[in-house]
Each structure stands twice: as C-alpha cells, then as structure tokens.
Design a protein around this ligand. Sequence first.
Ligand SMILES: Nc1ncnc2c1ncn2[C@@H]1O[C@H](COP(=O)(O)OP(=O)(O)OP(=O)(O)O)[C@@H](O)[C@H]1O
Length: 606
Amino acid sequence: MSDEESWRGVAAEDTDELDSQVRVRLQARSRRLLGSLLRPHLWRCLFAVAIVVAQNAAALVGPLLIAIAIDDGIPSAVDGHTATLAWCVGGYVVSAFANSGLLLTFQRLSTRIGQDVLLDLRERIFRHAQRLSLSFHESYTSGKIISRLTADVDTINDLLDDGLNKLFNAVLTVGGVGTMMLILDVPLGLLVMAGFVPLFLVTRWFQRSSRRTYRVTRAAIARIIVQFVETMNGMRAVQAFRRESRNESIMDSLNGRYRDADAKAYVAIATYTASVRAIGNLSLALVLGIGAWRVTGGTLEIGVLTAFTLYLRRFYDPLDDLAMVTNSYASASAALEKISGVLEEAPSVPDPTTPKKLPKGGGIVFDNVEFHYGPDTPVVLPAFDLTIPPGQTVALVGATGAGKSTVAKLVARFYDPSTGAVRLSGVDLRDVTDNELRQRVVMVTQENFLFAGSVADNIALGRPDATRAEIESAAAAVGAHEFIVALPEGYDTDVRKRGGRLSAGQRQLVAFSRAFLADPTVLVLDEATSSLDVPGERAVQAALETVLADRTALIIAHRLSTVLIADRVLVIDNGRIAEDGTPDELIAAGNGEFATLHQAWVDSLV
Ligand SMILES: Nc1ncnc2c1ncn2[C@@H]1O[C@H](COP(=O)(O)OP(=O)(O)OP(=O)(O)O)[C@@H](O)[C@H]1O
C-alpha cells in the first residue's frame, strides 16, 4: 500500500496505532470537516463567544465586590458610611442576574448552532453514502455506515451540546481569574500560576492517552453495531442454522472489547480529574498558608485573601470540566476522523465531466474487457468480448462463480471494467451520466427489493412521476393487478405491514411491474433461484415475456423455461464465453455444457 493509500478515505479506520504523519493528516482532515460544518454559522458562533465573554466578566466581578465589601465597605459602614457597602451588594445582585441571564442565552444559542451542525452532518453522510459505489458498500457494510450516522454523530452532539460551552467557560474563567488574581496580589497570583506547570503536563498526558483510547472505543462500538445489524438482517438464516449461541459469543467478545476500551478511557479521566483536584487543593493550601502568614504580618488584607480563596475555587472547578471536554473532544475527534473518511471516499464509478447523450438503439458491446473487483483480487473476466444487437434477449448460464453476475453488473455500471470498455448504443458507459444510465438500463435483482411504503409506491420507483393509472396499467400488463387489488388496501397496502406481506412470486411481479413502468432500453435480470409453485411460475413467466418485449435483455437464468424464450444463450465458464448460440443450436450440438444442462433440466421435470 502506498503512503497515500494508507490513510485516504476509510483506509486507516481499523488501525489502532497510527504513525505520527498519518495521525497529523487525519487530524487535519477532521479539522477541515469541523471547519466546513461551523463556517456557515460563523456569525452566530461569534455572537455566542461575545455572550460567553460577557457572562464570564459578570461572574468575575462577584469575588472582587466581596473583597471591596470586606476591606472597605464593612469598615466604612461601621463608621456610618454605608454607600460603598450598598454599591457592593447592589453590584453583586446585578452581576449575579447578568451571569444567569447571559448563561441561558448562550446555552440556547449554542444548542441551536449544535443542532444545525448535526443536521447538516447527518444529511451529508446520508447523501454521500447513497452516492458511493456498490464496491464501497460491499466492503464497508451498512452496519459501519449506521455506526457513523448514530454513535459517531452522537459523540459530536455531546461535544457541541455541552463541551464547547464548558471549554469557553474554562478558558475564559482561567484567563480572567488568573488576571484578577495578579491584579489583586502579584506574589500570591504567581504562586497560583506556578500550578500551571504540573497542570499543563497532566493535561498533555491526558490528551494523548484519551486520543488513543477513543480511536479504539469508536472502532469497538462500530464493530458491535456491524455485528448487530448483520445478525438482524440475516435473522432467517440465524434461526434456520441455529447460529444464536455462536452469535451471542461473538457479541459477548465484542462487547467485552468495548467495555475494556471504555474502562481504560474512564481510568484516564479519573486519573486526570484526581490530579487536577490534587493540584488545586495544594494551591489552595499554599495560598491559605502563605496568605494567612502575610495577613498576620500586615502585608495582605483579609478581603483580598477571601477573594483569592473564592477565585481559586472558580479557577479549579472549570478545570474539572475541562477533563470532560478533553474527553468529549477526543471522542468526537475520533468520530470526526471516521466520518471525514467516509466523506472523503469518492464513487468508483464517477459521473463523466463531459457526458455524451445515449442514442436510441440499445445494442451492448463488451470490447476486450478485463475485470477484477479490487487491486488485490483475482481477475474474474480475463478477456471478454461480446456484441448483443438491440432487442436481443440473452440468457447467461454457467456454474456458480463463473462470472454471470459480474457481466450483468458491468452492463448496469455498478463497476467499470479494469481495461477495455462496455458500450451501450455505441457509447462507453463511462461517458454517460448516472441519471441517464439508470433510466435506460434497469436491473431487477434476486432480492426484488421492496421499500417501506405502499405497493403503488414500490411500483412507482421505476418512474416516480407516474400517475396512478400508469402504475395500474403497468401492473395489469405483467398480470399483477388481480393480486394487488385483492390485498387489504389494494394498491395502498403497506408492504411491510401485516396483511401486506407478499409471497416470493408476488414480489417478483411487483419488481416486473416496476421495470415495465420504467420502460428501459436494456433490462438486466438476475432471475430468482427460489422455485415457485406451478401457477406462480407460470404467472412470472408470462410477466417476464411481457417485460422483455422490444428491449435488449440480459438474464442470469436459473429456469429452463426462461432460457428457452431467450434468443441466445451464453454459457460462461471461468469468466469466458464457452458456448454461444440459440437454445436450439446448442441443444442440437448435443455435446456441450448447455446440452448437458438442458438434459438435466428435462430429466428433473419428468
Ligand atoms: N464483490 C466482489 N468482490 C470480490 N470478488 C467477487 C465479488 N463478487 C464476485 N466476486 C468473485 O467473482 C467471481 C464471479 O462471481 P459472479 O458473482 O459473477 O459469479 P456468478 O456466475 O454470477 O455466480 P452465481 O451463479 O453463484 O451467482 C467469483 O469468483 C466471485 O468470488
């Protein structure tokens, strides 16, 4: 792997220990993402900062007023002059109200900004993930995307919701309080500042250790979500093959890893918080001791010492919070790193910069195509040449793993060939926009995927602007109308609700209605392997003939009846065309693989 490839996109996602150069690049990428998320809210962010500065100023005035009240106000009041004391008390009340009011305004504003940023982020991830090519999704899995969209976005939420607020408060309080202490008394102020040295050291240590730990916890939680999603998606297979206990032990081990990683993170926080408190308490003890000694010596006023102790408490409280912020920041930056990786991934089948219009026709040509799925995977199609004239129905047959689906996926441009070209109506698919290609080439897969929604919505997926009448006539054309109107709510039946569940044959008919409505030039069909009952099979067969009429079609055929309606059969063997001819020719030849397969089919029917 080249240096560049080792960190681009999601490449470094599962690496627990990163080398320093890669770490710096990933951090820069995360910062760029955060910057691009915050930039549209710059003015609101600046306004929020102004409010928090004002709020901190209001909070700082309190102890100062107390110092003045003790040292000047009370002695003057004893002499009968109450004005100073009254000003101090009044000022304290005003500053307390200003403090709370400004804090409330800041929190409301920062929450709004945070929620807007998160909305933007969720939309970006979803939009981008939908655009990424199939090859990305095949290796990245939906569980990981879900973990990016949920667990990772949540940690960023924590940071924006509470973390930034605390961070501002901590920085401003420490800066403001430090300044006030230096103004009140330089030697005592310097004594407190000396505490910065050990504070700085433990903070650095904590930052480093939490950054490392949180990369591990983010990866661990993602693995749990992936395992969970896969188990739930494959629940039928899980229960059919009694995989429950095996799954439980995998889940236990993943949960254990997450617990250990999380425990490490909490030990680090606890150590940091305890160290900060110890430094804080030590400072307080020193200030009290030295301060009291100076008060007795007459070089320090008691009010100043009181203000110092009050300030010191304010000084160290936000540092406790700072541990939480560092924590949320480490967790959020691990999440940002992973999200920015997904967002950096580019579709492997990009849209052309200067697209070409597809002429009518519909002929398909594979011109000296070589294909492998990834740089390190074996070649699936070594040298594939094929010309399909417009309107021809071609059935692909061959052993499992021969490369039939791969040929189909190249026609639908789920992948681009490694070398050579696939052309539709004479145009290289790489020069056609995704939009146009999806209108002209429709793939009906084995999954016959139904989305949540009504039967009508599911058919309309083929052409979203279709009217109800067009949807119904498409369904009628493929013979699906009768069973649809018999459903509890006809075309409005929700396919996911009880009573709306469709049988395998019915799902295929809905998929055919969708394809018929889309009216593509080329239909790529991966025929379902699951066998249907005889009436179901007949209905599907009749529907298929309707859908195939007048278009070029490529069918991965599993049924003899389908192969026999094809104009041409291609037997694929190890990524090469082993036999090519009409079904009758190949059967007549008698000695080929297709003839053998045909005989086996015929035998199975008697
Ligand atoms: N996403 C993928 N990544 C890597 N290799 C793949 C991928 N999909 C398929 N292959 C490999 O490519 C070869 C051809 O697979 P393909 O799915 O095209 O076969 P097929 O003829 O359609 O098989 P079947 O009838 O079982 O569906 C197989 O060796 C398979 O392991």
